[in-house]
Every structure is written in structure tokens, then in C-alpha cells.
Design a protein around this ligand. Structure first.
Ligand SMILES: *Cc1c(COP(=O)(O)O)cnc(C)c1O
Length: 393
């Protein structure tokens, strides 16, 4: 399968091997060891935050974020329906809260107009917060996902969260390195603008520790509480005293060693992501009705990490699943965008609003290979295969 072009795979080299070997030969392979704290500090410094809390997965970081934010039974959380299910489960079902699903805008991120409309017209703002008129429940948080590394509309979403007293939780698991360049939030990285933000280092993310996650917060006490909960809520290590129900959500020293090596290469990875994105766009955007979805960079206000590329088939006669199958037959791995979350698990019982765009994108988007070790030649092979399909459509 040497000709196989995967969708998104890790990019490890001698640096990662050397760092992992150091951890292994030192014997510090588990959840103690100096590299975890070093990786927390290095990531915090990169995104411009005072501290960060490591976790064994992005999903765990999101669960810790929900707990630190005090989400729980009787509360509702506004979440996108067009996302990965791990953006929703930890903020809602894991803690006993209920989701209200909201559609996306053309950035693929949660639609601020729909969020505003829901808060203004379907809720009542009382002295102690926002209440859903239909369920009577307190609407206490807004979960924002920076989809595929594209920045959500943070100035508007932060303003909405402030006016309606919503905690804003950023799922920046796909958006490490995405930042504002101009405007009121200039210099701010995805994940650092809301109350609390989460990153993932899963194998398909822009940097990876095999599996892992990280959390940052603008409330120092929330970050400290998240750290406490991630380590079994130990109040006294020697005496095994625990002051609440905690979790074993810790990252290992080996994972953190990989993370330190990967973080040093992040800016290089972002440059490759942009170069391959531009290569796809130059060849495919406008080709026989095909589109490559833009990122928010267009107006110069954002530097995106360009994590995932989206081929939009709406202007063509091509069908999503036939394209995926035809490319797979040529050893090229692609995928559809996620199935909408409000239709899955037991979520059909929850409310869902403003879904038109999410449904259309669900039907018509194919994600193209985007590994940071994808070569220019492999990218050209994907382009030629997609063009041939469009020629025959
Ligand atoms: C990857 C991802 C997560 C979860 O991260 P894991 O590290 O895989 O647990 C959550 N939300 C979104 C949007 C993701 O893409």
C-alpha cells in the first residue's frame, strides 16, 4: 500500500523518537515526571496563557472544563450540531446537562445569528441568568468549536455570552495555532478567549502525543480545579485523602515528551498546511463547479492553522459517497463531514435550531488528505483524481 494517501496521520521524526527514548530510559514513563509540567508550560506560553492543564485526551479536557465551569443537571448548553460528538457529550451528558443544538454559518462554526435569535426569542433573561421558555431550564453555557481550524466568530459570540450570562467554552481541539491578527482580539489564540478552552493531541490533530489533551482558562481557580479533578481530587497524597469525586485523566511523561517535540514543529506544520491548502485551492476551487471552502483568513484578520480542507460538491453533479468510494479505489482516503449530532445517540429528544446550512454541508462536503507530511506530488495526485471525477460528472 505504499501508494496509499491517508487523510491525516502523525508526522513524527528523530526529535520525537529521541524525546520518547529519553523518557523511557529514564524510567519516567507514567503520569509522574517533569515533562508533563514542561509541556503544560510550553503550550501555555505558545498560546499566551499563564498556565495549562494536561489531560489524557481532548475529550477528558472538555469534561474537566464542564466540571470546572460548574455545569450539571438542570442546566442547558448551546452547542453546534455540525461537529464531532466529543464536542457535545462531555459538556452535556457526562455532567447531566442537556444540549440545545444550533446550526452553522458558512465558516462551518456555530451560527452567531442563530445563537442570538435563540437567546433573544426563545429564552427569558432573569436576574440570575437565562431561562429556556420551552423547558424552563437555566441556559448556562455556550460551547463553541473552531471547526477544522477555522476561527468561530469570537467577537460576536463573546458579546452574546456576556449579554446573556453564558459561560463560553471553546473547543479548540482542531485549532491549535489559529489566532486573530487584527481587530479587538488581535494576538489572541483560539481557545484563550472564552472562560475555558480545550486542545487535543489525538493522532489526527495538527500536533499529536498519540492521545492527549490540554485545557486553559481565564479563571485561575477553574484551571486549578480542573487539575485537581484530573488527579483523582487528591487532597493529601500521602494519606490518600480525596475531597471530591475526581478522575484519572492525567497525561503520561512519554506523551508529554512527544508533545514538547511536536510543539517545536507546530509553526512548520502550519506552513505546510497552508501550502497544501493553497495547492488544492488553486487547482480545484472553481473547477467545474467544485469549491474549496475558505477559512476566515481571507480578510487578513485571522491566521488559521488550516487543519482540515473541505471540498464542496454542491455546484457539481457529484455525490459525496461516490466521490469517497472512487478515491478510496485509487488508494486516496477522504471522508464526509460529521453526521449531525442532534440526530445521534439519544440526542433526538433535545431541541435543535437553524439547521439548514448544517444539513447542506453534511450532504456535500468531502475532507481531502491533509497530513503535514503530505507531499506536493501526493497532493497533485489527489487533485488529478478529483478533477477526473469532475470531468466525468
Ligand atoms: C478531536 C476532537 C475532540 C476530542 O479530542 P480527543 O483527543 O480525540 O478526545 C473534541 N472535539 C472536536 C471538535 C474534535 O475534533
Amino acid at each position: 500500500m505504499s501508494n496509499f494517501i491517508p487523510l491525516s496521520v502523525p508526522n513524527f521524526g528523530p526529535q520525537e523518537a529521541a524525546r520518547a527514548a529519553q523518557a523511557i530510559t529514564s524510567g519516567w514513563v507514567s503520569t509522574s515526571g517533569a515533562r508533563v509540567g514542561e509541556f503544560e508550560q510550553a503550550l501555555a506560553a505558545y498560546v499566551g496563557m499563564p498556565c495549562a492543564v494536561a489531560a489524557n485526551a481532548g475529550s477528558s479536557a472538555l469534561h474537566l472544563a464542564a466540571l470546572a465551569a460548574g455545569l450539571g443537571p438542570g442546566q442547558e448548553v448551546l452547542v453546534p450540531t455540525l461537529t464531532f460528538i466529543a464536542a457535545v457529550n462531555p459538556l452535556t451528558r457526562y455532567v447531566g446537562a442537556q444540549p440545545v443544538f444550533i446550526g452553522c454559518d458558512d465558516s462551518l462554526c456555530i451560527d452567531p445569528d442563530a445563537v442570538e435569535d435563540f437567546c433573544a426569542n426563545r429564552c427569558t433573561l432573569k436576574a440570575d441568568g437565562l431561562y429556556n421558555q420551552k423547558t424552563g431550564a437555566r441556559v448556562s453555557a455556550l460551547g463553541v468549536v473552531h471547526v477544522f481550524g477555522n476561527m468561530a466568530d469570537m467577537p460576536r459570540l463573546l458579546d452574546i455570552a456576556r449579554r446573556y450570562r453564558l459561560v463560553l467554552i471553546e473547543d479548540a481541539t482542531e485549532a491549535l495555532g489559529t489566532k486573530y491578527l487584527t481587530g479587538p482580539l488581535a494576538g489572541k489564540y483560539a481557545g484563550t478567549m472564552g472562560d475555558i478552552g480545550c486542545y487535543s493531541f489525538n493522532g489526527n490533530k495538527i500536533i499529536t502525543t498519540g492521545a492527549g489533551g490540554m485545557l486553559v482558562s481565564n479563571h485561575a481557580d477553574w484551571a486549578a480545579h480542573a487539575k485537581h479533578l484530573s488527579t483523582q481530587a487528591k487532597a493529601d497524597v500521602l494519606q490518600f485523602l480525596h475531597d471530591e469525586v475526581g478522575y484519572n485523566y492525567r497525561m503520561t511523561n512519554v506523551q508529554a515528551s512527544l508533545g514538547l517535540a511536536q510543539l517545536e514543529r507546530l509553526e512548520e506544520f502550519i506552513r505546510v498546511k497552508l501550502a497544501r491548502y493553497e495547492q488544492y485551492r488553486a487547482a480545484l476551487d472553481g473547477y467545474k463547479g467544485l469549491r474549496i471552502l475558505p477559512f476566515r483568513d481571507e480578510d487578513g484578520s485571522v491566521r488559521s492553522n488550516h487543519w482540515f480542507y473541505s471540498l464542496d460538491l454542491r455546484g457539481t453533479g457529484l455525490r459525496r459517497d461516490e466521490v469517497i468510494a472512487a478515491l478510496q479505489a485509487q488508494d486516496i482516503q477522504t471522508r464526509p463531514i460529521w453526521a449531525l449530532i442532534h440526530e445521534q445517540a439519544d440526542y433526538p429528544q433535545n431541541e435543535a435550531y437553524a439547521l439548514d446550512k448544517a444539513l447542506a454541508y453534511r450532504q456535500n462536503i468531502v475532507n481531502l488528505p491533509c497530513s503535514t507530511n503530505l507531499t506536493e506530488a501526493d497532493c497533485a495526485r489527489v487533485i488529478a483524481a478529483v478533477q477526473a471525477l469532475a470531468d466525468r460528472a
